[in-house]
Write a protein that binds this ligand. Structure first.
Ligand SMILES: NC(=O)c1ccc[n+]([C@@H]2O[C@H](COP(=O)([O-])OP(=O)(O)OC[C@H]3O[C@@H](n4cnc5c(N)ncnc54)[C@H](OP(=O)(O)O)[C@@H]3O)[C@@H](O)[C@H]2O)c1
Length: 193
């Protein structure tokens, strides 16, 4: 049995990730949301819904108890969120984190994305400086295409591609959860090439 905490469970990417993870009957999900109504369609016996705020350290730490894997697909004050996540995982001896960031945080796309990426850069630094078994995912622009078609690039390599389907990212996240040695302490770009 694997317990997986989904932070930002009402998000557009999480909504594709949740069914992929539930396809494995060993997986038990905790959906952490500010508003339970946003994940009502996923109600089921292997799904627990917890209302809380990632910026509330006590609520986050309580949700972290007994988890094996944490998925974070969040928007907002990402640096403060990353700090709270790292701290709550430490407090609860949870090691495995899959954190959704963005393409471009290292200048690897060759484009100047400007200040808009600053929260992604800062939160990535917090995650990379932790001693967690993290995977930072740097996706290209999301699409709703019903295809699984992606290539990966690693930190230090030039980013390839401009967009990627949510379905593709969810597919790779399913693999990361399944294979406990895949992507550990790596920052991985994902896009259709
Ligand atoms: N869209 C793209 O093309 C693209 C490309 C690359 C990277 N990204 C990034 O990938 C990440 C995931 O994307 P997404 O589309 O799934 O994001 P999203 O739809 O904006 O979802 C983010 C989720 O975070 C939750 N959240 C925000 N603040 C919170 C807090 N304080 N406590 C608890 N939950 C909180 C939101 O909850 P509420 O529902 O309560 O607001 C929302 O469900 C984002 O950082 C996004 O910027 C996106």
């Amino acid at each position: 049995m694997k317990n997986i905490l989904i932070l930002g469970a009402g998000g557009s990417l999480a909504k594709q990730v949740i069914p992929v993870l539930l396809a494995n009957p060993e997986h038990h999900l905790t959906l952490f949301v500010r508003n339970a109504a946003s994940v009502r369609p996923f109600a089921g016996e292997r799904v627990r819904v917890v209302e809380g705020d990632v910026l509330n350290a006590a609520q986050l730490s309580a949700a972290m108890q007994g988890q094996h894997v944490v998925y974070a697909g969040l928007s907002g004050n990402l640096k403060a969120m990353a700090q709270n996540i790292v701290q709550a995982m430490k407090e609860n001896s949870v090691k495995r984190l899959i954190f959704i960031s963005s393409m471009g945080i290292y200048g690897e796309t060759g484009e100047d994305h400007g200040a808009v990426l600053e929260p992604y850069r800062q939160s990535a630094q917090v995650v990379e400086q932790s001693d967690l078994d993290f995977t930072l995912l740097r996706p290209a622009w999301f699409t709703n295409d019903a295809e699984v078609d992606y290539e990966l690039t690693y930190k230090g390599e030039a980013f390839k591609g401009h967009s990627v389907s949510r379905k593709s990212i969810a597919d790779f996240i399913g693999k990361l959860v399944q294979n406990e040695t895949l992507g550990i302490r790596q920052s991985i770009g994902i896009a259709k090439v």
